[in-house]
Design a protein around this ligand. Structure first.
Ligand SMILES: *Cc1c(COP(=O)(O)O)cnc(C)c1O
Length: 428
């Protein structure tokens, strides 16, 4: 497989853009080699600039649940664009997308659109602090909520991949207000509440973690968090940026029957264009300006192209009656095929999956929190990753990321991936 043009472009890119990329994991830092520059994508397929074809399991890190270049989404973006790309004034499309999201999240009455998942969680956190008049926040080690200062503490995949647990440039005084608990460990949360009763504004979490690899919540964990936040008057912020519309139409909140105070979205609701959103009960959301004292704004927020892509995506999801069944079936097929292939090659793996999200951890131990996720053998993963890549499978370039299966992945695609994985496991 020839990657000459990707190599040329990457060399040039490194002189223009730090590390040659606009988001760290794209740089292949932890697996080595040259990131592929992508030319185009359709359905489950990607083509790079050297003309190589891949089955894509990255899916732009989550948004592409329908596969790439879905005709309805492309048509909607085109139609919106010919009427102008941004007005800085309200448009009807914002209401149309708001209705479509809120319909699936009956506990939320108001929603505010922003431009990324990072903005969504950052704004939801400010709102939680403003509404409660409290400063402290509890987050979980290995959960990623974007790169706002308060949330860039013990922050999961990107940071794990580069070996930096948090980030330089986050003031110590800011980080001090972020308390870190252990995922799936309710006692670790209880202790933080007991140490600072009534000073904690919110608990934020990924209801299924994708950003230290896929980790599922234990049976009583989510209900226990609801009880603790309730007892101490803190808000429960569910970060559905990755899981919203992926695990069910109403995301993890529907799938696991969670009662949230604030919800954050991104990825799928923008249909591949830059969108985020946060929402909740009216009495909380009405603290946001211009009604309330919590300031939050955006020049491009509610952008007409992004709204159009989101509307078309959510409509296609709604009109595809077998969507979640197909995602489950393909996810299951992939999981079983990979497990068999690993067993046959005598490579110990632990595969965590929920629906169309899956991670292969190179360890023989259960993975249920940051510490157990960190036991994955990163060197083995790197060799396996390159075994897949050269066989035309585009897997996330990090041992701590989720794979995303889309509706466009056929059984034949999954078989191709499993065959490539078999060969790659043997050469590990
Ligand atoms: C991707 C992600 C974010 C950040 O979204 P961006 O659009 O990349 O800023 C936040 N939370 C979770 C759970 C995510 O997966």
């Amino acid at each position: 497989m020839n990657s000459n043009l990707s190599e040329t472009l990457f060399a040039k890119s490194r002189k223009l853009i730090p590390g040659g990329v606009n988001s760290p994991v794209r740089a292949f830092g932890s697996v080595g080699g040259t990131p592929r520059f992508i030319q185009r994508a359709l359905g489950s397929s990607l083509w790079d600039v050297d003309g190589n074809h891949y089955i894509d399991l990255v899916g732009s890190w989550g948004p592409m649940i329908l596969g790439h270049s879905h005709p309805d989404v492309i048509a909607a973006i085109h139609e919106a664009s010919v009427s102008g790309t941004s007005f800085g004034a309200p448009t009807e499309r914002e209401l149309m997308l708001a209705e479509r999201v809120l319909q699936r999240y009956p506990a939320c009455q108001r929603i505010r659109f922003v431009n990324s998942g990072t903005e969504a969680t950052m704004s939801a956190l400010r709102l939680a602090r403003g509404a409660t008049g409290r400063d402290f926040l509890i987050k979980f080690a290995g959960n990623y909520h974007g790169h706002a200062d308060s949330l860039l503490v013990a922050a999961g995949s990107g940071a794990m991949t580069t070996g930096v647990p948090s980030s330089a440039g986050v003031p110590a005084d800011t980080a001090k207000t972020t308390l870190v608990a252990r995922y799936n460990d309710l006692d670790s949360v209880r202790r933080l509440f007991e140490a600072r009763p009534y000073k904690i504004a919110a608990v934020i979490l990924e209801p299924v973690v994708g950003n230290m690899g896929v980790v599922l919540p234990n049976k009583d964990f989510l209900a226990g968090l609801r009880q603790l936040t309730h007892d101490y008057g803190a808000l429960l912020i569910i970060d559905e940026v990755m899981t919203g519309f992926r695990l069910a139409p109403g995301g993890a909140i529907e799938r696991f029957n969670i009662d949230a105070d604030l919800v954050c979205w991104g990825k799928i609701i923008g249909g591949g264009l830059p969108v985020g959103a946060y929402g909740g009960k009216a009495e909380i959301m009405d603290h946001i300006s211009p009604l309330g004292k919590v300031y939050q704004a955006g020049t491009l927020s509610g952008n007409p192209l992004a709204m159009a892509a989101g509307i078309a995506t959510l409509d296609a999801i709604k009109n595809t009656s077998d969507l979640y069944d197909v995602l489950e079936a393909r996810g299951q097929m992939l999981e079983h095929g990979l497990k068999q292939a690993a067993d046959k090659a005598a490579v110990p793996v632990k595969i965590n999956r929920v629906g169309s999200m899956l991670t292969v951890f190179f360890t023989d131990q259960e993975v249920q929190d940051f510490d157990s996720a960190a036991k994955t053998n990163v060197e083995q993963f790197g060799r396996w990753f390159h075994g897949l890549l050269k066989r035309g499978v585009y897997w996330p370039a990090s041992a701590f990321e989720a794979v995303f299966v889309s509706y466009a992945h056929s059984e034949a695609d999954i078989e191709t991936v499993i065959d490539a994985a078999k060969a790659a496991f043997v050469k590990i």
